[in-house]
Design a protein around this ligand. Structure first.
Ligand code: BES
Ligand code: ZN
Ligand code: ZN
Length: 502
């Protein structure tokens, strides 16, 4: 059991509330300490900037997309020129990015203001307000548990608009999405000893309950009774007990039924197949980012009016080496009766996911989506900005791709090439957990497919996107919590898949 004191709150950023309000320009000028002013390339800037094109150019500001310049003033808020580049080909993604650049340009200012300029960007007032809210709140999010942890980095965001109702609706959606992402990031960044599987389940009960979800927590004895040999096998080396959390969002007259399954390996040492003590090992507290994204996204569903029913499974355990750990060559019996010969204890993600996939198929469901930091091969393939997706149903895969595009969490499909399935053949069991050296992301997905009983399914591999080496626009450095926005959007737009087998 966890013997250290509970030294800090695992989800600190969710405790402070940033005030986001729609106000007239005069009020923003009185209250804000920094005001964003969009400036197109080579065009005279609006008067409120207090300087002209020549003045900007003399300071090296050309209006290039994403460029910022802070202009001090004797009176009122500092003006921040934000380059929008050439007009045209703009969308909500650009608005979100530029709002984030603005927020990062004035890191010490606590009251920011942005004027709605939806026409310039070809998006609706509501979408503009939502994108600004997300961009600013997420750019200014931070995970910090040191001395001034209580100091909020941002107090208020003022959205300047005349049409308050439409703008306010966008602000509200942006606030809900940003809060969910912040939760996902907090969980991903919290150290593994503080955020054990037990603690993760406690957080799920707290935030899930507050968001109107039904939360069921399954302990080790219950998992034994349920025959969940995958998560139990992985847990064997750990002194921390496992937890499975099942979350349910149940709207009246649902328009579809989705199951979301998240890998919650709270810390992946590799087990007996111990990882080397390199940089990638040092990031393995984020091996629960899939579970974080499932939990975080589900906290937003009620408030965003999702009409599909969603059941979430968080598969939470450490993967540790010890005298009681899984041995190479051991055979596990999974929830659906499949036997698996463990040839590498570091391929543990597929083992914990298998039990939940099998459980998800036992109830009526229109689509199963799993999300996991599953393979280093996916990081090699796509880098840190694109997640991989594979599945047995082109409709589910396509809905994920579209959702990812629209929220700027891109996913790209790899082929689920079935002839590679023979790489998972075992001499003594139904399959092994280890494919060959090549196409590791694909063989991992083929392993998962053994547990979905032909139901429409897609698997999202976020091993690459789970961490970023440097911040970029609204994306943070470190453990990112990638997937929260993707899953929210997928659930909101969900339509029963008509697509055939992929
Ligand atoms: N959690 C890792 C995958 C990972 C790697 C996530 C890098 C994020 C960054 C996973 O459990 C793992 O170790 N996978 C092995 C599988 C192999 C042993 C078949 C891998 O990818 O090397
Ligand atoms: Zn591993
Ligand atoms: Zn792992």
């Amino acid at each position: 059991m966890n013997t250290i004191p509970r030294d800090f709150d695992p989800i600190p950023s969710t405790r402070y509330q940033v005030r986001v309000a729609v106000v007239p320009l005069k009020q923003a000028a009185d209250e804000a300490d920094a005001l964003a002013v969009p400036v197109a390339a080579g065009v005279e800037p609006p008067e409120e900037l207090g300087t002209d094109l020549a003045g900007l150019e003399s300071a090296g500001f050309t209006g290039k997309r994403g460029q910022t310049l802070v202009l001090p003033r004797a009176d009122g808020p500092v003006r921040v020129a934000v380059g929008i580049g050439d007009r045209g080909e703009a969308d909500a993604t650009l608005v979100r990015d530029l709002a984030a650049e603005f927020a990062r340009a004035v890191p010490w200012h606590k009251k920011l203001a942005v004027e709605v300029a939806s026409e310039d960007f070809g998006v609706s007032v509501a979408d503009f307000a939502q994108a600004v809210t997300e961009g600013v709140l997420l750019a200014r999010w931070r995970y910090f548990v040191g001395r001034d942890a209580e100091q909020p980095t941002l107090e208020s965001l003022l959205i300047v608009a005349s049409d308050d109702d439409t703008a306010a609706a966008g602000v509200e959606r942006g606030r809900i999405v940003a809060a969910a992402c912040s939760l996902g990031r907090d969980l991903a960044n919290c150290p593994a000893t503080t955020l054990s599987a037990v603690r993760m389940a406690e957080v799920a009960a707290e935030v899930g309950g507050a968001a109107g979800l039904e939360v069921e927590i399954f302990d080790k004895e219950q998992l034994i009774a349920m025959g969940c040999g995958g998560i139990l096998g992985v847990n064997r080396g750990s002194v921390e007990p496992p937890r499975m959390v099942r979350l349910r969002y149940q709207p009246a007259d649902p328009t579809g039924r989705i199951a979301l399954i998240g890998k919650g390996v709270m810390y992946d040492s590799g087990g007996i197949s111990l990882k080397p003590s390199d940089e990638s090992h040092a990031q393995m507290k984020n091996d629960m980012t899939g579970a974080a994204a499932v939990l975080a996204s589900m906290t937003a569903l009620r408030d965003l009016g999702c009409t599909a029913a969603v059941t979430g499974y968080l598969m939470c355990t450490d993967n540790m080496p010890s005298g009681s750990a899984m041995k190479l060559g051991d055979v596990l019996t999974m929830r659906n009766g499949t036997t698996v010969e463990v040839l590498n204890t570091d391929a543990e993600g597929r083992l914990v996911m298998a039990d939940a996939l099998a459980l998800a198929t036992e109830e009526p469901v229109d689509a199963i989506v799993d999300i996991a930091t599953l393979t280093g091969a996916c990081l090699r393939t796509f880098g840190v900005e694109i997640a991989g997706v594979m599945g047995n149903n082109s409709g589910v895969v396509e809905q994920l791709r579209r959702a990812g595009d629209s929220v700027d969490e891109p996913v790209w499909e790899l082929p689920l090439h079935r002839s590679y399935r023979s790489q998972l053949d075992s001499t003594i069991a139904d399959l092994t957990n280890m494919g060959g050296v090549n196409a590791g992301s694909i063989t991992a997905a083929l392993f998962l497919e053994e547990f979905i009983d032909g139901k429409p399914w897609a698997h999202v591999d976020i091993a690459g996107t789970a961490q970023l080496p440097a911040p970029r626009t609204w994306r943070n450095k470190g453990a990112t919590g990638f997937g929260t926005k993707l899953l929210i959007e997928f659930a909101l737009r969900f339509a029963r898949p008509t697509g055939g087998a992929a």
